[in-house]
Write a protein that binds this ligand. Structure first.
Ligand SMILES: Nc1ncnc2c1ncn2[C@@H]1O[C@H](COP(=O)(O)OP(=O)(O)OP(=O)(O)O)[C@@H](O)[C@H]1O
Length: 774
């Protein structure tokens, strides 16, 4: 509801006043910052002049050390303050542009007058630092704005519940310190404002949603009790948005103890990382840590094996012919290795390894085996069997280091050492001398006699040659991890749909070629984590798992073990599961999948991304018409155009031109596979200004792009063209969710081209919900 003119003027007057206060504060801060900057430059420049360095006597050394320490602490303290001032200045700049977006008038039960609370991205005190001119949207009282309509309302502070009456709820659109719109709202957080925000064109960067957070999203953002929070949300229901706002909330709520580096987000692909990168900075917070699950696994596995990435796995599953016997075995293998049955199998294997079967590598030096794998294994099994494998491995490591030192000593008298000494260049000789000096101190007599000199040099040479070997032992590289993983398939057996022997043979062949299928990566890391003591990423206190439906039960179990001290926020949509070993809603919500104690489950049914017409079109595809609520923003009906292989390209081009003519800036041609993307890209390259996005693309730019559906996960476009929605192309039931994912990326327009008969995934969509062109 629009407000009266005089109220508008009153509000603008208040904005002007707030802006004056902001200007004053910014001025004062700039002065302090300037002063500090001068101090820092001065301190850096004169650092060594201002400290007393004297190392003649032990007492002098202590004094010098104290002086350097004091000076660097002073510098660090100034630098910290400077950083803080700078951050505050940036926040003031943002506040000046848009000081607040909401107002509530709230009368507490115990008071007789309502207080006006204005909400913005950060709090601001008045000139005397007595009252809040703006409340941070994350402050306890601000939750009233998101959770209630005018009338009785309450909010929770850390100490107690405060009840009262909300007399007014008002929304503002302010740009460059000028009010552009004001609405008094009734039920939800203004349809008007939401309409206006959602009606905008899509961007290459996700936006913060602070001004229009919905009640059920607020529940996700402010939950600070549950160790595990699981959100099942329809496509476009704001899971990712809510997750990012939640990060900002947690950073505010626990600002004394929590920093952005304690929070880790697992995202679906590198592109997504850059897509969400600006949300937190927009709110004045630093970005959390971000990784993809693949990157995490790859970093754990190291260089010994080349790990297939998940997209190669998807391409394989989507592109291949089911009549190929290898394909069937692989698919059965994927299913097995995704399951908790496989984890049980691995646990049994680990139990067996405690008494037999450990595999080590020979310790070889100059083609001579110094310590055989066999001897290492004998030593390993001679250790107390009650100790864990990882503890025994540590003992083996110590034993190996000692043994290697002895070997090194013996090696010094070998002929090759003598020969190498003779061949030492002058530089190498000096380097040896220098190194010896560093190790044993300045001994002027060291090289006086020839024999001593030879001793020193042989020691130096041997040490240098043994160094890589020592390093490998320190890194526990003497454990033959790939052989151990391969042996799992030789020693163990499990009941599967397909023949275990075939799965085992296929897995072994791949490992022998130094490669690891993606489905083997998590089991491999699981095995490794039981052999080598892990540091457990202790600093990570909150894990955010986006697109959780794409994780297998095995992978989740692995993550849970790797981050035992973290709280979890798990966000997913079982309708968008794109992997063959996919999940259903029960599995996504099943507590035992995570084994983390008290669980809070939240369902988000309302879809905000797409127009009403697009959501009405897409929800029957996954049979969710009753459960997905379309937001009331209207647009054009989706279209389905029938064509032939010959006309496909011209039909696509025609659509692109029509969309461009409407001024849309992000347009995606979504294919099923990367192969298909590539084919179309080659065809369009000279004719349309199109860019291809691949799994390696890490930045997303405006314009026309072509990409496979699985890479479009999590992102959105003004308009989407599904390049081939025909029956022969999207046919297998496992492809239904991929097709749904592709269609739900569209905000304003959705167009499908079908070569021949349309996919039966569209059978449930009533004809009246889209236009057909032939
Ligand atoms: N409360 C809100 N106010 C304004 N915009 C919102 C709100 N909730 C969601 N949106 C918008 O809806 C779109 C979809 O949000 P988001 O990407 O977070 O959804 P999602 O559930 O993660 O989607 P998907 O699973 O399909 O990738 C975004 O453009 C987001 O800005």
């Amino acid at each position: 509801m629009a407000i009266e003119k005089n109220q508008w003027l009153e509000e603008q007057k208040r904005v002007d006043h707030v802006v004056d206060v902001i200007d004053e504060k910014a001025k004062a801060l700039t002065q302090s910052t300037e002063g500090l900057k001068g101090d820092i430059i001065g301190l850096r420049k004169n650092f060594w002049e201002d400290v007393t360095v004297n190392i003649d006597e032990p007492d002098d050394i202590i004094e010098s050390h104290a002086s350097i320490k004091q000076q660097s602490e002073m510098l660090a303290e100034r630098e910290r303050s400077h950083k803080q001032y700078y951050k505050e200045l940036k926040t003031l700049e943002r506040l000046k542009e848009n000081p607040y977006f909401g107002r509530i008038d709230f009368k507490e039960e115990s008071e007789d007058k309502a207080e006006s609370i204005y909400l913005g991205i950060a709090s601001l005190m008045d000139e005397k630092n007595e009252d809040f001119l703006i409340y941070d949207w994350r402050a306890p009282i601000s939750s009233l704005y998101y959770d209630f309509s005018p009338g009785e309302a309450e909010y929770q502070t850390p100490e107690s519940k405060i009840k009262g009456i909300m007399e007014l709820k008002r929304q503002f659109i302010i740009r460059s310190s000028q009010i552009k719109g004001v609405f008094d709202t009734g039920v939800t957080i203004g349809d008007e404002l939401l309409q206006e925000v959602l009606g905008h064109h899509s961007d290459t960067q996700m936006k913060s949603i602070v001004a229009t957070i919905q009640k059920e999203q607020n529940q996700i953002i402010r939950d600070d009790k549950s160790p595990l929070l699981i959100v099942q949300g329809a496509a476009g229901s704001g899971k990712t948005s809510a997750a990012l706002q939640r990060v900002a909330y947690l950073l505010y709520r626990y600002r004394e103890t929590l920093t952005a580096s304690n929070i880790l987000l697992f995202s679906p692909n590198p592109l997504f990382n850059s897509y969400v990168a600006s949300v937190l900075p927009e709110l004045g917070e630093e970005n959390m840590e971000q990784t993809t699950f693949y990157h995490y696994l790859d970093s754990q596995i190291g260089e010994a094996l080349a790990v297939e990435d998940p997209f190669q796995q998807i391409e394989y599953t989507l592109s291949l012919d089911e009549s190929d016997p290898n394909y069937k075995v692989r698919m059965a293998g994927i299913k097995l290795k995704s399951s908790l049955n496989f984890k049980t199998l691995m646990d049994d294997y680990l139990t067996r390894l405690a008494t037999e079967g450990m595999r080590f590598k020979n310790i070889v030096f100059r083609d001579k085996t110094l310590i055989s794998a066999h001897a290492i294994s004998d030593y390993f099994y001679s250790l107390d069997p009650h100790q864990s494998i990882a503890t025994r491995i540590e003992n083996v490591q110590q034993w190996l280091i000692k043994a290697l030192r002895k070997h090194a000593k013996r090696e010094r008298t070998q002929v090759w050492v003598e020969e190498e000494i003779e061949l030492l260049s002058k530089e190498a000789y000096l380097k040896a001398f220098q190194e010896l000096e560093e190790t044993y101190g300045n001994r002027e007599d060291s090289f006086d006699d020839h024999e001593r000199e030879q001793q020193w040099l042989s020691q130096y040479i041997v040490r240098r040659h043994f160094k890589p070997l020592m390093r490998k032992i320190k890194q526990l590289k003497f454990i033959h991890l790939s052989a151990l993983y391969q042996q799992l398939f030789e020693m163990m057996k499990v009941d599967t749909e397909a023949s275990w022997e075939q799965i085992a043979a296929q897995s072994i062949e791949h490992i022998q070629s130094h490669q690891l299928y993606f489905e083997d990566a998590a089991p491999f890391v699981y095995l490794k984590s039981h052999l080598i003591k892990q540091s457990h990423h202790a600093s990570i206190r909150h894990i955010f798992l986006d697109e959780a439906q794409d994780y297998t039960p095995f992978q989740l179990a692995l993550l849970k073990a790797a981050f035992p001290k973290s709280r979890w926020t798990v966000l997913g949509d079982f309708n968008q599961a794109i992997y063959p070993q996919t999940t259903n809603v029960h599995a996504l919500f099943a507590e035992e999948r995570y084994q983390l104690g008290t669980t809070q489950r939240i369902l988000l049914n309302k879809s905000y991304r797409s127009t009403f017409e697009i959501t009405q079109f897409t929800s029957p595809i996954v049979n969710q018409e009753d459960r997905i609520e379309a937001f009331n923003r209207h647009g054009e009906f989706p279209t389905l155009t029938f064509g032939t292989a010959e006309s496909q390209q011209s039909l696509i081009k025609e659509r692109v031109r029509m969309i461009e003519a409407k001024g849309y800036e992000t347009i995606a041609l979504i294919t099923k596979t990367a192969l298909e993307s590539d084919r179309l890209y080659q065809a369009f390259k000279g004719e349309l200004p199109v860019r291809m996005m691949t799994k390696k693309t890490s930045h997303f730019e405006k314009g026309l792009v072509i990409l496979p559906a699985y890479l479009a996960k999590g992102i959105e476009f003004d308009a989407v063209i599904v390049t081939n929605a025909s029956r022969t192309h999207y046919e297998r039931e496992e492809e239904r969710k991929l097709f749904y994912t592709a269609c739900t990326r569209a905000m304003h327009e959705l167009h499908l081209i079908s070569i021949g008969e349309k996919s039966h995934f569209l059978d449930r969509v009533p004809n009246a919900r889209y236009h057909v062109y032939t």
